[in-house]
Design a protein around this ligand. Sequence first.
Ligand code: HEM
Ligand SMILES: CC(C)=CCC/C(C)=C/CC/C(C)=C/COP(=O)(O)OP(=O)(O)O
Length: 305
Amino acid sequence: MADTHLYEGAPEAEFGDYVALLKPRVMSLVVFTAFVGLLVAPVDVHPFVGFCAVLFIALGGGASGALNMWYDADIDAVMRRTQSRPIPSGRVAGGEALAVGLTLSGFAVMMLGLAANWFAAGFLAFTIFFYAVVYTMWLKRWTPQNIVIGGAAGAFPPMIGWACATGGISIESLLMFAVIFFWTPPHFWALALFMKEDYHKAGVPMLTVTHGRAATRRHIFAYTLVLAPFSIWLGLTSVGGPIYLAVSVVLNILFILGGWNIMRRDEDAAIADEYATEKRVFKLSLYYLFLHFLALLVQHWVGAW
Ligand code: HEM
Ligand SMILES: CC(C)=CCC/C(C)=C/CC/C(C)=C/COP(=O)(O)OP(=O)(O)O
């Protein structure tokens, strides 16, 4: 956990450091999925209300990132990928990040309740709690299933968006959840394959550390297979249509092929080409999710089933 005080002579924080606390790059995709969830819902939302709802979901997501960075500062200081984050680099004090995280969380939840409805606000509060407490404080340091279960936090945003519009849950919003939920393990484990040393050094029980790379490779492929039917099923519901289905089929074939290539890879070959396939599949995972939700949006505009 983070020391709450900065040391003497610590570098000054700039505005960008506070923005970095909110993990803006990762959250941009999270927020996009929430935006699509809200837009494709069968209830029209006034554009201003929709804009506010997405803004408050973004603030809530960012706040949960700040809470994650506060709690994980010790781990982040050890890993090369995360060493230069605002807290381990000494530019922002742990206590400050905690204050930003808690204040923004409270603000975002209250404002979402006022702007949309209290069911959506409660859902946002639960998601922040799930990421900051259940995943970060509990699962991450305890079990190699950390990101499988914790991944639920990242899968809730389109359901929150849908709830902003409708005040409830539906098969469509559950399937959007399922797509992100089953997408998260291949997304993360592809990265963990080429970042294994980091997690090992930090003592985080990621699957690569506890069960080895071969097992992780098999798990990645298995999840790409489990993911595909949920993605297709979503295309057969009221938010689907031919455009979404075509995009989904192509993306799933590519992702399954990527998972297959990762599984068949010999570790020596991977080391020899510096994990080129794993890096490519990680990048593909980002396109996979972005294009899926973009396809839902386009399908909505041209008309769903
Ligand atoms: C428990 C679930 C997840 C874990 C453990 C995880 C882990 C990671 C890690 C370690 C990175 C590396 C780079 C970084 O720190 O920026 C990353 C990148 C990324 N993740 Fe995830 N992720 C998860 C869920 C998600 C979800 C749900 C989304 C979006 C819907 C997402 C979107 C992204 C994006 C966009 C990047 C690239 C960021 C960049 O360009 O720097 N991730 N993820
Ligand atoms: C609306 C709302 C509250 C959304 C939350 C969305 C959410 C849970 C996103 C997960 C994003 C993420 C970067 C996980 C990384 O795991 P990590 O924290 O272990 O990664 P790190 O090693 O990069 O810190």
